[in-house]
Design a protein around this ligand. Sequence first.
Ligand SMILES: [Zn+2]
Length: 344
Amino acid sequence: MSDPTAPNIEPVAEAILREILSHQRRMRGGGCTQEVCPQCVGHHLNAVRSAVESGRRIDFVLPAFPVKSPNPAKVIGPLPDLAEELALRFLNSLCERITEIHPPGAAILICSDGRVFNDLLGVSDENVSGYAQALDAMITGIEATHLEQFTLDDVYDGAGHEDMRAMLSAGYAPTIEELRAEVRTGGAPLAMYRGITRFMLEDLSGPHYTGTRSALQRHCRALAYRVIQRSRAWGGLLDGLFPAAVRLSIHPQPCATDKIGILLADTPDAWLTPWHSVAVESGGRFTLMKRAEAEKAGAELAFTAGRPSHYALKQPGTSHPADTVGVASDPASAHHEPWSRACA
Ligand SMILES: [Zn+2]
């Protein structure tokens, strides 16, 4: 084994972290500084340096891509669409760029957490299975060879879905009282609780909801704690299974903590994800918007291979949105920088 301070190891490890951290999803007021945060580079340097030093592939674990939001005002339908495809292409291209720096390569294990809390969102286990299968097919179809999916079904193979969630909670979940105490201290736990509560409110306030707004708010505040409890359990289980992996998160993270928050898309809302929104194409570039907002902005539903896949926003001065769909239906052409703030 070579000396960890050997001249080429440290710069390679740093270059890899710079590549990841240039797409960092930061918590507002979380303490990060500069375009690529030097404190965050320092915090994760050991894990990456150890992989570089031993010539190993760099493995990332990303709990994400759970299931589509059940609210039709936010998404096209229950299956992955162009919003997911663009995010997968982005993650795969990130690994390709790391492989150019570090030839043993990089891989992102997408630890889909739909099965972990779908019952709390009122989403069926069938929808979770359908989404995960379609995501696997998409990873294969776009030849995203650096990505792989891992779910609760892989952990408790053959068990019933309710039993899987019960075993996960029994083994790894903190108590609600512990989580409440954390949130009371403010800072990052409070920001996370508020963000999740907002998601729940949006997801559950679809046309099927007939109760009062204040009753829904109370319900969602209680549900948010249970979602965080299950997510924390899933994270604990993954830490045990993949101890050498670098942890990524779709949520904004404070500076120099165990997880690196990562952007899956360029969007004005740091909490918006492909499964809570639709991809909107404008002038050959994409952004994420809630479906109702895309429609309000005048975007029209666009199809790829006969299936609804995204929205297209007519540019001022162009003749028809169909003119731009040719660009959008070939997202590979936007391989490295598919997202923009064109619609923000
Ligand atoms: Zn930082």
